[in-house]
Ligand binder design. Structure first.
Ligand SMILES: Cc1ncc(COP(=O)(O)O)c(C=O)c1O
Length: 357
């Protein structure tokens, strides 16, 4: 059997969840498990994250999967529902919605009695400058105050566009608007912190924090590693060596013959490629770790295979190579590929086998 394997470390997930608890001790934790738990596999991740106060997902299908697996915690649809018929399903399954535009308010109001009877909160999204979803100031103040007057229990929700950046002017604008609306609608619950904001602005944790990437042990910051943040990588992606070769100076490797050896060298061929979700672009030199040692990826990444420099490494057929994990951080692989850890984790294909410990 072809060996490309994704290992999920449940203890690391629990460790990272505890880090959120340390950093935001008074807030409820809405663990973001959208996109199949950032590519980690929602079923096993939910088991490890069962101590979360609530879960956050991007659509009704993801929420229903959580219910089907038997979890009873509140679930928030962070983009709300996408059609009126989804509202009844959300209510029946005790799923909370965000409202970010008028049509969603109408759908909510059409199901008001059932929504309130099920004791569901409504999350109202502030657009404070990210300009994707939400009501702007001052409209949102009317929206929240009207919903409150109708008996709804509201959470003022906002998402920072630059929580990972130091001194971005939009951070101040977003924070100020959030606080302004919170005061104008007082008392109202609040939620504006993702992973980066949980680290940066403990004073903004309020009632609910919404950690995503930090739970999975990748860094929200370009200039801080998960080790700096005291987080543990949850996913280790490995593949096995399936062939060993030697080439002479002047010989090339792989599609496009982009790599030409300048001296004699040994190669190991590893059973992974972009068909598994291992990225192909690599504008910078990329590395894997084998037997605890970093070594170069050589030539182009193909659909099913990569070549690595095996010179002086005494590698064997069947040796497991770490593509990312504890020793080769997914954030570093992403950086070499001109992207972010989030994307590499989410775009793993279904092909690698999965093992949870
Ligand atoms: C509304 C919202 N909250 C929280 C998160 C979690 O963000 P992060 O993974 O950076 O912690 C996301 C992720 O995209 C989001 O869209």
């Amino acid at each position: 059997m072809r060996q490309a394997t994704v290992y999920i470390d449940s203890n690391a997930l629990q460790y990272n969840l505890n880090r959120v608890k340390q950093l935001a001790p008074t807030a409820q934790i809405v663990s973001m498990v959208k996109a199949n738990a950032y590519g980690h596999g929602v079923k096993d991740c939910l088991a490890a994250l069962a101590d979360s106060d609530a879960f956050g997902v991007a659509c009704l299908e993801e929420a229903l999967e959580i219910r089907a697996l038997g979890y009873q915690q509140p679930i928030t649809l962070i983009e709300g529902i996408f059609s009126s018929d989804e509202m009844q399903i959300a209510v029946d399954n005790k799923i909370e919605v965000i409202v970010h535009q008028q049509q969603q308010l109408d759908w909510l109001r059409a199901h008001k009695d059932a929504y309130l009877a099920n004791d569901l909160k409504v999350w109202v999204k502030l657009n404070s400058g990210m300009n994707r979803l939400g009501f702007k100031v001052p409209e949102i103040i009317d929206v929240i105050n009207s919903l409150k007057a109708e008996g709804f229990s509201c959470v003022l929700a906002m998402h920072f566009a630059n929580a990972d950046a130091d001194n971005h002017p939009l951070n101040d604008q977003q924070r100020v608007q959030f606080l302004q609306v919170k005061e104008a609608c007082a008392p109202v619950m609040g939620s504006c912190c993702n992973s980066a904001a949980i680290y940066k602005w403990p004073e903004l944790n309020f009632d609910f924090v919404r950690p995503g990437i930090m739970l999975y042990g990748a860094s929200p910051f370009a200039d801080k590693t998960v080790h700096d943040l005291d987080l543990k990588p949850v996913m280790t992606f490995t593949a096995e060596i399936i062939a060993l070769n030697s080439i002479q100076a002047g010989e090339s490797v792989g599609y496009g013959s982009t790599f030409v050896a300048d001296k004699a060298m040994d190669l190991a061929i590893v059973s992974t490629g972009y068909g598994d979700g291992y990225p192909r672009a690599f504008p910078k030199q990329n590395y894997v770790v084998v037997n605890g040692q970093p070594t170069r990826v050589i030539g182009r990444v193909a659909m099913d295979m990569i070549a690595i420099d095996a010179t002086g490494l005494d590698l064997k057929l069947g040796t497991e190579v770490e593509l990312w994990g504890q020793n080769r951080l997914v954030d570093d692989v992403a950086e070499a590929n001109g992207t972010i850890g989030y994307e590499l984790l989410c775009r793993l294909s279904a092909r690698p086998s999965r093992k949870t410990k």
